[in-house]
Design a binder for this molecule. Sequence first.
Ligand code: PLP
Length: 424
Amino acid sequence: MKAYQDMNQEELKTLHQELLKQYQAMKDLHLQLNMARGKPDFSQIQLSMPMLDTINSHYDFSNQKDYCNYGILDGINEAKQFFANMLMTTSEHIIVYGNSSLTIMFDQISRGYTHGYLGNTPWCRLDKIKFLCPVPGYDRHFAITEHFGFEMIPIPMDENGPDMDLVEKYVQEDETVKGIWCVPQYSNPSGITYSDKVVDRFAHLKPAAKDFRIFWDNAYVVHHLYADKQSHVKDILKACEDAGNPDMVFEFCSTSKVTFPGAGVAAMATSLNNKKDSLKHMSIQSIGHDKLNQLRHAQYFHNVESLTQHMEKQADVLKPKFEMVIDIFNRELADLKIGKWTKPLGGYFITFEALEDCAKNIVQKCKEAGVILTNAGATFPYGHDPHDSIIRIAPSYPPLDELKQATELFVLCVKLVSIEKLLE
Ligand code: PLP
């Protein structure tokens, strides 16, 4: 196949006519498919159903009466140990919460805003707050900082993580920069894992603001697609401790994509100072989270191997979907030079980079033919992708046959829109 850039106008026009016919035929199928959000499909969720039987009305609570009563605000010990293993830290750093890590992130930002961290001035009393946003990134992170009215500054990323020269410049020179969002392993949406060097540079930051915090959302920490090809991000808490910056990071994770999205357990790992500070506020907010769900998870994943085996089963469902999408991209697009895509080793997303000024039109064309994708621009602060080229593909939710149809339509739309761009 010839690269589109190497075709003359006539060749492109002829091809465009052919592709339009194919597009109309796809439209006539009246598809209704969705590749917008990174939700597990039901067969992944079914893998966790036996967990629901680990605690029933016959469960012997005689030694753990408090587990089914109010209290234990920072979580039961077994759940703290479970998350400590997951995040490769120790349990004294952990607070176990309710069902959602996004809620913890919102609450942490909210506390910085209303009360300030460790005695620092609450952000609501300051004229200007800025947050660094590595891009492409997670739209719901950006929605939180936009909700609080913070100025968001996009930071480009490469395969090793955010541009650390730029991060250092902003963090070390501007005291209105109070935080940065990071998804350090199998990043949403690019799938990259921050290198050890990047983690060390984060740990050695010398922030101009005393209350600068790294919001380290390790949402995909155990979400490997391959047993033999994995990336593991370095432990940021330890790196910050070793660098003399123990209080600089809040690390988050949850079992939303391990067991039940919306009915899992979430946790934060942080320094002992930060933990005490957070618990002080939490004690006003809550008398304790759902400890029965914490216990259910801790019982079901009674050791590290049980979690590993469970995640391997999840990967058995996910991997064929990722591989099918990438195979179709390779087959249909590799020679045409009208896009690039990531080949992640874990996480939930593939990032597609279209020709400049094409992403919105591709997403729109897919929509008109019945396939919903994440909005173009969603992975950037304020929904603004300056090159209009990044599209987030979420292959997890549709069954394989639907995913195949959706991907075929997607590549067709990429071809059509790219030709239209080249003919302009
Ligand atoms: N963080 C990232 C990076 C995510 O991709 C998601 C969900 O897609 C979440 C957090 C949401 O996690 P939770 O269900 O624990 O709120």
